[in-house]
Design a protein around this ligand. Structure first.
Ligand code: A2P
Length: 345
């Protein structure tokens, strides 16, 4: 990365936006300018970045003028409205929303899995769903050794997936319950503190929620394997910022647990956390603030000779969102792909 880039963060005041700022600084992304964009509600607020106080601007068409890269994390509607405007202005958009993920023209990228897909972009690269990213990082290395035929996942998802306000809501609910008062619900349909509930996204006619179908469809797209059989049950739990997942894998051939452990001990973006003596395995509290997806409890499925069980935890805001987006930006910068091909403008 020999040159520096003019970067805008769309959704700079949100949970993922704040993490993007931290990561750009910590990873020394080559910046010549940083513009912080959010809704009109936040215009004029200031945010510290590397000792400088930067003003948040309301997003407008002019805000993208001269920008090379937009890191967007302000929800699907905002991305649908502003990504074309940013592209028109010549910027490449790495979008954290679900707006473009399943568009066949838009690469859906996890750098540890399908970095080359990023080269096919026409101005937008989609950052996958958080739960999907964490699972993909952990199981792709195994899929390279022996093809996975079927995935059965159960997830335990933190409040952060619903944004900064949802994280605050859980804290307030916990305090209200401890104080013996009725917890208020705004972001979530039910109290999450001291509770859990199936993921609160719309249900399809088969009874699957949108989050579950994201895991199904996005994993197939990222892996380039449309025949992969996947089923999932997604659940919200009162954890602040790290998701957990129990994953059952069925392979085309027997996969010894010891070999899976050895493969994952060397896999990029994965940290093996397994102390069988102490019954110490990945926990959201230990995954929070970490780049790596923590994986453990790798064991043979006693109900299926072709099966393996594993357990993982990963920081939803970091690898589930902001880190993956910054890694995509680094990939684009390294490969000189931070230009919208003229034909698509
Ligand atoms: P704002 O703080 O001004 O509402 P989170 O996912 O943590 O809830 O954050 C969402 C981010 O998306 C925030 O930065 C929020 O800005 C921003 N955002 C929400 N709606 C819009 C909008 N219509 N236009 C621009 N930014 C938006």
């Amino acid at each position: 990365m020999s040159q520096a880039y003019r970067v805008a963060i769309l959704g700079a005041t949100g949970a993922v936006g704040s993490e993007l700022l931290e990561l750009l600084a910590a990873r020394a992304f080559p910046l010549s300018e940083l513009r912080l964009l959010a809704s009109a509600r936040s215009a004029g607020k200031t945010i510290d970045f590397q000792g400088e106080s930067l003003k948040v601007e309301a997003v407008t068409p002019e805000a993208f003028k001269g920008i090379d890269l937009v890191l967007a994390s302000a929800g699907g509607d905002t991305s649908t409205q502003w990504a074309p405007v940013a592209m028109e202005a010549g910027a490449v958009v790495v979008d954290n929303s679900s707006a473009f993920r399943m568009d066949p023209e838009v690469p859906l990228v996890v750098p540890e899995v399908n970095p080359d897909a990023a080269s096919q972009h026409s101005g937008i690269i989609a950052n996958p769903n958080c739960t999907t990213i964490l699972m993909a990082v952990a199981i792709w290395p195994l899929h390279q050794v022996r093809r996975i035929r079927r995935i059965v996942a159960a997830t335990y998802q933190s409040a952060s997936g619903a944004g900064a306000q949802a994280m605050e809501e859980v804290k307030r609910q916990a305090q209200a319950i401890l104080d013996g008062t009725t917890p208020e619900t705004k972001c979530f349909p039910y109290p999450l503190a001291f509770n859990l509930f199936p993921h609160n996204t719309p249900l399809n006619e088969q009874g699957y929620c949108t989050e579950e179908m994201k895991m199904v469809n996005e994993t197939r797209k990222i892996f380039g394997d449309a025949d992969l059989r996947i089923t999932a049950t997604c659940v919200r739990v009162p954890v602040l910022r790290a998701h957990s997942e129990a994953i059952n894998l069925e392979f085309e051939e027997y996969f010894p647990a010891a070999q899976a452990r050895s493969v994952l001990s060397q896999a990029p973006g994965v940290k093996l956390v397994e102390d069988w003596q102490k019954n110490h395995f990945p926990m959201p509290i230990e995954a929070s603030g970490q780049d790596d997806v923590l994986v453990g409890r790798i064991r043979q499925d006693i109900s299926n000779p072709l099966g393996l069980e594993l357990w993982l935890c990963g920081d939803q805001i970091r690898k589930g969102a902001a880190l993956n987006a910054v890694q995509i930006a680094e990939l684009l910068a390294t490969r000189d792909l931070l230009r919208v091909p003229l034909a698509t403008r």
